[in-house]
Write a new protein. Structure first.
Length: 379
């Protein structure tokens, strides 16, 4: 039985883009969608009210690795699950923790059974298995769970990439068997997505897709992107994977991308994306606007009385000048992070909404080619 359902409303006749609705236990999500990242059960600098009421975020991504280490999944379960713990009534997707284990944690040992790692907080040893990461995410009560995968760094040999991909496939099957047993007894619904790996090798990506579609999952993720590879390669990996994934299930490209890349992924059949860039760059003073990137510390904004982005409806742009934002940034004020994050996320979500609208109207190719597509240049 499907835990979440996906309804396709329109498909672009020229590209692979589609517009749809993802029906989850915590609300409907219009796709294509960008998911803000709430690593520690918070999007840094914003309240849940800001996210829901100001920006109309429908789904957040939270990190299993971080929340497992602190405050711990048992505590979150005890307090009613992640939705209640963080007072977020809308949908939550959690990753499997695999990416953080491979990128953040200390000495790790990968075996057939799982991965042993050391906490980046205090060095304690922990183990993630395909079964345990399902249990941790079910304790959170996530609407969408991700299966444990091995995300190799870039570049890596074909032989290593093949071993990691095959291990990811075996782990996904183990995770599914466990997940199916667990959810039959649960009154609530939770979907589990497996993750396509295979580094930058088209043959491995294809093989991985073929193996994972046997699982008949509610959705499929494409992982191992944004690990330092050139952008055309990541797009190519999506291009080779997408036609092999079931058309009627959502596809999620993990960890992408820059504003000018969002359309490129959507054009290749991607329905869901996430990235720390809009929030992390905001805190560092890199702001994405309809006129290009604004680096707010530049002297040229010192006495700029205009809004950050004249075309943006967000609270920051409606209320404050570039000069004031620059002042807050230079003074290291907390308010800067909050105002900047609000704007950058609004920008991302607006791009997604405009793309969705264009797909529904049958004008997506025009959108991609038009001035509406965000420029990549700096201002
Ligand atoms: Zn704005």
């Amino acid at each position: 039985m499907r835990q979440i359902t996906f309804e396709i409303e329109a498909e672009c006749p020229v590209t692979r883009a589609r517009a749809g609705i993802l029906h989850t236990p915590h609300g409907d999500i219009e796709t294509p969608v960008f998911m803000p990242v709430g690593t520690q059960a918070t999007v840094k600098g914003l309240s849940q009210r800001d996210l829901a009421e100001e920006i109309d975020t429908r789904i957040l991504l939270c990190n299993t690795y971080h929340l497992y280490l602190r405050p711990g999944h048992e505590l979150i379960r005890q307090l009613g699950g992640l939705h209640r713990f963080m007072s977020w009534p809308r949908a939550i997707l959690t990753d499997s923790g695999g990416f953080q284990v491979f990128s953040l944690s200390g000495i790790r040992k990968i075996t057939e059974e799982g991965v042993v790692f050391h906490s980046h907080l205090n060095g304690d040893a922990h183990k993630f298995t395909p079964e345990s990461t399902v249990d941790v995410q079910l304790a959170f009560g996530s609407d969408i769970l991700m299966a444990l995968d091995e995300c190799p760094e870039y570049p890596v040999s074909h032989e290593y990439a093949r071993q990691a991909m095959q291990r990811t496939v075996r782990w996904a099957h183990t995770a599914y068997q466990h997940y199916r047993r667990q959810i039959t007894a649960m009154p609530t619904k939770h979907a589990l997505f497996p993750i396509v790996q295979g580094s930058m090798f088209p043959d491995l990506r294809r093989e991985c897709c073929a193996e994972l579609t046997d699982l008949d999952a509610d959705g499929y993720a494409i992982g191992g992107l944004s690990v330092g590879e050139p952008r055309p390669l990541s797009l190519q990996m999506v291009e080779v994977s997408e036609p092999l994934l079931p058309r009627d299930r959502p596809r999620y490209a993990m960890g992408v991308g820059m504003p000018d890349e969002l359309g490129q992924y959507v054009a290749r059949g991607i329905d869901m994306m996430d990235c720390v860039l809009p929030s992390r760059n905001a805190r560092n003073g890199y702001l994405f606007t309809s006129q290009g990137r604004v680096i707010i510390k530049h002297t040229r904004y010192k006495d700029d009385a205009g809004p950050l982005d004249p075309n943006c409806p967000c609270y920051t742009c409606r209320t404050y000048s570039r000069a004031y934002l620059r002042h807050l940034y230079q003074a290291g004020e907390i308010l800067f992070a909050s105002l900047a994050t609000r704007h950058n996320l609004q920008r991302y979500l607006d791009i997604m909404r405009r793309m969705r609208q264009a797909i529904l109207l049958g004008q997506f190719p025009e959108f991609l080619a038009s001035a509406d597509a965000p420029p990549a240049q700096m201002v």
